[in-house]
Design a binder for this molecule. Structure first.
Ligand code: PLP
Length: 451
């Protein structure tokens, strides 16, 4: 642990307030509720006053094995003894090759090539440019547009925003973004009928109608895998992703599946597409790939797409894209250690069992008067707060009820961040049953205090 005296702590607050600007944070809010993390161990982190918090959002949906997992720390240290980083532009390196092979082993069979990057958003930018250029390279110059789902989220860079559709985050930048077609996401709870099957059929019908008219100008469809994260932990009705896949095949449009948040066991399968046996043309992965330790991401694609770029240089089919830290060796070494632990500890099966345990426990939360809906897939849970349960009437936005509830959770020793009116519960896969109990009991207490 890191020990600081009060004077040192005070200095950090001062320096932070003077020089830092935090992502997705109104700094005025932060000043009212400052938090400086000093260390972590397992599913807990400590602030600079040594107050302990349960990491109930996996440090923003990425931590898998808990903090300071010996094996990952060791892998990073060992890699440091060889080299920390060398560029992938025109040169491979040992851990990135080994990792690519391991990723292809566990990925859906349609995928055979790995293009590295360093965040979820960049893996999505790559998917956009790759799909776009595929059709250009193949001489199909009209296929330049993409399809997004309402409330979809794929990251905050301009391209990733353009294939997402969360009004709160994207409206401000609309003039910067390219236009995508938007299809309604089939959320059972938010559909006027409350019926997931109806929502599914309507949404698939909208895709069919769009494809019938425009598929000759559509390069691909972007979709989060089985569950929409930042849009509020909205679950797809069973069969929806499979239905989308069928339509993409029928009309020769790429199915681009974003597994940034759902990959690496989070939903009780290694990748969430496995729930429906879906074979994407392109799949983006990040977050859990290194167990949540270092910024590595990847865009996986098929041989069909790769081959459209493989030619004499003079044909100008090269994929002109890359980042300074693409395929960083330390990150790849951490990712290899992460996959070893998955295998050794049988983590995906474990996560699936923990998922059933959580489902039972969530029954008590569903019963609370201000809980409208609880949505769960594996270790991804969203708890939607409402003012009136029967009518699904939302709290007035200015009350910021979910945000206030998470501040109370923090006081009680648990960290998470809300998404609008939705409380996120997304524990590390390694959380023990008693740690899951502790987390859920704090979440329940804080929600019960809502009036
Ligand atoms: N795609 C999905 C589905 C996500 O949930 C996120 C982040 O939450 C991203 C992409 C963006 O990832 P990053 O924050 O690493 O850029």
């Amino acid at each position: 642990t890191v020990q600081l005296d009060e004077l040192q702590a005070e200095q950090l607050y001062e320096l932070g307030n003077k020089h830092m600007w935090l992502p997705f944070t109104q700094m005025k809010d932060y000043e009212e509720n400052p938090l400086i993390i000093a260390s972590g161990e397992g599913v807990r982190v400590k602030d600079i006053h040594e107050k302990e918090y349960l990491d109930a959002y996996s440090s923003l949906w990425l931590n898998v094995h808990g903090h300071r997992k010996e094996e990952i720390n060791e892998a990073i240290k060992n890699q440091l003894d060889s080299i920390a980083h060398s560029t992938l532009l025109g040169a491979m390196n040992i851990p990135s090759i080994k990792l690519a092979a391991r990723l292809i082993e566990i990925a859906p069979k349609s995928l055979s090539r790995v293009f590295y990057s360093d965040s979820g958003a960049t893996s999505v930018e790559i998917a956009i440019k790759m799909a776009y250029q595929y059709w250009q390279n193949e001489g199909n110059k009209k296929k330049t547009k993409f399809v997004a789902l309402s409330n979809g989220y794929h990251g905050d860079t301009v391209g990733a925003m353009s294939v997402g559709a969360i009004d709160l985050y994207h409206r401000m930048y609309s003039k910067l973004m390219f236009a995508s077609y938007t299809i309604p996401f089939p959320s059972a709870y938010h559909h006027p009928t409350g019926n997931g099957d109806i929502a599914k059929e309507e949404s698939l019908q909208a895709v069919r109608e769009l494809f019938e008219e425009k598929s000759d100008e559509i390069a691909g469809v972007f979709v989060e895998s089985m569950v929409q994260g930042a849009g509020g932990m909205n679950l797809m009705p069973p069969g929806y992703l499979k239905g989308l896949e069928k339509l993409c095949r029928e009309f020769d449009v790429f199915l681009i599946v974003d597994e940034v948040a759902t990959g690496f066991g989070r939903t009780g399968k290694m990748f969430a597409v496995e729930h429906e046996g879906v074979q994407p043309d392109i799949m983006t992965i990040a977050k859990g790939i290194t167990g949540g330790y270092l910024p590595i991401a990847a865009t996986l694609t098929s041989e069909r797409i790769y081959n459209a770029f493989y030619a004499d240089y003079s044909e100008m089919k090269t994929f002109f894209h890359g980042h300074s830290y693409t395929g960083n060796q330390l990150g790849c070494a951490a990712a290899l250690a992460n996959l070893d632990i998955f295998e050794r500890e049988n983590l995906v099966d474990e996560a699936s069992q923990k998922s059933s345990y959580i489902s039972e426990k969530l029954e008590q939360i569903i019963a609370l008067p201000h809980v409208g809906d609880v949505r769960q897939l594996g270790l991804i849970c969203g708890i939607e707060l409402v003012e009136e349960k029967a009518t699904k009437k939302a709290f007035p936005a200015e009350k910021r009820v979910a945000y206030q509830a998470t501040i109370r959770m923090r006081e009680k020793g648990l960290l998470t961040r809300p998404l609008g009116d939705v409380i996120v519960f997304m524990p590390p896969l390694a959380a023990s049953y008693s740690e899951l109990d502790e987390m859920l009991s704090i979440i329940k207490d804080a929600i019960e205090e809502i009036s």
